[in-house]
Design a binder for this molecule. Structure first.
Ligand SMILES: NC(=O)c1ccc[n+]([C@@H]2O[C@H](COP(=O)([O-])OP(=O)(O)OC[C@H]3O[C@@H](n4cnc5c(N)ncnc54)[C@H](O)[C@@H]3O)[C@@H](O)[C@H]2O)c1
Ligand SMILES: O[C@H]1[C@H](O)[C@@H](O)[C@H](O)[C@@H](O)[C@H]1O
Length: 334
């Protein structure tokens, strides 16, 4: 039984606690904390979590906590991950791993010092059956070389304080990870474009934006990013190969025929759209950690996405493709 402490009892923190407590037999949440301590206390009462800590640091140091799940806000991730790794504990960190490449490098340095993988990043799409199937066909070579990916990431809304740059670091970060995973390739150049703006989006951030990437092997990627005011939560991905194309399936929905109309329902948030992926992801993390070390997206993957995100944000308004420059990959991640 893996004894887990959770930092951050907001939307996804509660979702992950529910699955760790009710769906994953070899996991138990033994402690939680939140910046708003009442959120932690309420969550602990609801799920029967025995220990509530005032701070993340106290939770990481607690002797009953064997592994840590970080589901606090983006800006707080890096420091908690580093602290967890220094304590020699396994850490599952929601995306993004960090806000800067330097913070990711510090995490990798510490992990390398410890001599084993201690971090998994919450890029759950790698566990989504649709993306998994696409990767299988690409890797089989049946359709020849992948040439391009056309993707869309459309959200219904964003919370207070959302900014243009977060469109990349918080939202498109999923595409930055999944495209390099699907292609088995790294990024060479990146550019973000401000295109015709939606008149419905008047909250001060760019919407939509278009992300353009070129990989080392010459594949091209374009991502349409609508961070709010879309008609639903709509994630699309089409991989164009030499001998055919592969499309991510929409989640299944009943087909309703009524009033001379035929319709299906679209989802409105990530929690429902990727529910199966999150379930598989966390179950896999717990099992692999119990066996020795995690097998999912590593600190290196968090770093690669972070470096690409940084190039994209720096390219805004320059009209230029910027280089995506990474350090040499440490042995631990090869
Ligand atoms: N993989 C995914 O698809 C996915 C989906 C949703 C959220 N996320 C990520 O999960 C994280 C949480 O997102 P959310 O939607 O649950 O947000 P949220 O705002 O609902 O919850 C965040 C919680 O963390 C707490 N918090 C903030 N700073 C803290 C700190 N320094 N220490 C302890 N607690 C702190 C807040 O009080 C809040 O309760 C974000 O990093 C987000 O990017 C990932
Ligand atoms: O745009 C949202 C993504 O679609 C989700 O998967 C989460 O990562 C969430 O945090 C983002 O704000």
């Amino acid at each position: 039984m893996l004894k887990i402490g959770v930092i951050g009892c907001g939307a996804i923190g509660k979702e992950h606690i529910r699955r760790l407590m009710h769906l994953i037999p070899n996991a138990e949440v033994v402690a939680c904390t939140d910046y708003f301590i009442d959120a932690a206390k309420e969550t602990a009462a609801k799920y029967g979590i025995p220990n509530v800590y005032q701070t993340g640091e106290e939770l990481i140091a607690a002797s009953e906590v064997e592994a840590i799940v970080i589901t606090s806000s983006d800006a707080s991730h890096a420091a908690y991950v580093l602290e967890g790794v220094k304590a020699g504990k396994q850490v599952f960190c929601e995306k993004p791993l960090a806000q800067t490449a330097a913070d990711c490098e510090a995490i990798m340095e510490e992990e390398v010092k410890q001599g084993r993988k201690l971090v998994q990043v919450g890029f759950m799409r790698r566990y989504d059956p649709g993306y998994v199937e696409i990767k299988k066909v690409i890797d089989s070579g049946e359709l020849g070389e992948p040439l391009m990916i056309h993707a869309c990431h459309r959200n219904v809304s964003q919370g207070e304080g959302f900014q243009t740059e977060m469109g990349i670091t918080n939202v498109a970060i999923h595409e930055l990870d999944i495209c390099r995973w699907l292609l088995g390739d790294e990024y060479k150049n990146a550019q973000v474009l401000k295109v015709k703006q939606s008149a419905r989006s008047t909250k001060g951030y760019d919407n939509p934006q278009i992300v353009l990437l070129e990989t080392e092997n010459g594949s091209r990627i374009d991502v349409e990013l609508q961070v709010s005011d879309a008609y639903g939560y709509d994630i699309q991905c089409q991989v164009v190969c030499e001998k055919g194309t592969l499309n991510l399936p929409d989640p299944s929905s009943i087909i309703k025929r009524s009033n001379a109309t035929c319709s299906t329902t679209l989802m409105t948030d990530w929690a429902d759209r990727f529910i199966e992926a999150y379930d598989i992801e966390l179950a896999d993390w717990v099992t692999k950690v119990e066996q020795g070390e995690p097998a999912g997206p590593s600190s290196w993957d968090g770093y690669a996405a972070c470096v690409a995100a940084d190039s994209l944000n720096r390219s805004r308004g320059t009209n230029e493709f910027l280089k995506v420059e990474m350090i040499e990959k440490p042995e631990l991640y090869k």
